[in-house]
Design a binder for this molecule. Structure first.
Ligand code: HEC
Length: 114
């Protein structure tokens, strides 16, 4: 009887966590092919203007898959959204949504620029 009482809240917590996780994943996949094309252009033109047209580095650091190895996608997305304080890296929050920033992080790690 006592066991059941503690099991239920834990179960509810797990269900809530699972829901949060799947909704986060779903929102990351909601981007249209057209928006992904726009984001790809943004990476090449806007990010590329500082990080180098082939993302090998310039004013900003290199952003090729090899350079971002070991850096979590969430970390990259947060840098994109918030920028780097005291550096020229601007915050993109307002221009990019959370899932768009995550998609960019994923694209950079996957090697969007060959
Ligand atoms: C105005 C120039 C500029 C633009 C535009 C810019 N960045 Fe940056 N970025 C920088 C600078 C400068 C740094 C800091 C490098 C350092 O720490 O010395 C930086 C840092 C970063 C970092 C952290 C890299 C690391 O190794 O810690 C990431 C990731 C990044 N930028 C991604 C992007 C993406 C994606 C875009 C386009 C959406 C972008 N940046 C656009 C200048 C820029």
């Amino acid at each position: 009887m006592r066991r059941r009482m503690t099991l239920l809240p834990r179960l509810l917590l797990e269900v809530a966590m699972l829901l949060a996780l799947t909704s986060a994943m779903a929102s990351a996949e909601e981007l249209s092919p057209q928006r992904k094309g726009e984001l790809r252009n943004l990476i090449m033109q806007d990010c590329g203007s500082c990080h180098g047209m082939t993302l090998k580095g310039g004013l900003g650091s290199a952003l090729r898959p090899v350079d971002l190895d070991g850096v979590e996608e969430e970390t990259i997305a947060r840098i994109v959204l918030d920028g780097v304080p005291d550096k020229p890296m601007p915050p993109w929050r307002g221009l990019l949504s959370d899932s768009e920033a995550l998609w960019i992080a994923h694209a950079l790690k996957a090697g969007v620029v060959k």
